[in-house]
Design a protein around this ligand. Structure first.
Ligand SMILES: [Zn+2]
Ligand SMILES: [Zn+2]
Length: 83
């Protein structure tokens, strides 16, 4: 289930908004290096990021902090379900 929420970075304390997760009938494909993401109707296990050339995949479960690039974060209470 896809959500849009605020996250607090455990590393630098930055609070940022991000979307994460699959939608109904659409898989999220996310870049491991720059956190660029898109939705695909078919499951894509691996792809190349158009933005940075990095590896994209569908197994990433937490967003990247835009400040320090850590994926160590906690989801805050405020969230919107996207589907
Ligand atoms: Zn990328
Ligand atoms: Zn951070």
């Amino acid at each position: 289930m896809g959500v849009r929420s605020n996250f607090t970075c455990n590393k630098c304390g930055n609070i940022f908004a991000a979307t994460i997760g699959n939608l109904r009938g659409a898989y999220e494909v996310r870049c491991m290096d720059c956190d660029e993401h898109y939705y695909s109707e078919i499951e894509i296990v691996e792809a190349i990021c158009k933005k940075c050339g990095g590896k994209m995949g569908n197994k990433i479960t937490s967003p990247m902090c835009p400040k320090c690039k850590s994926r160590d974060n906690v989801q805050n209470d405020t969230l919107i379900y996207l589907d």
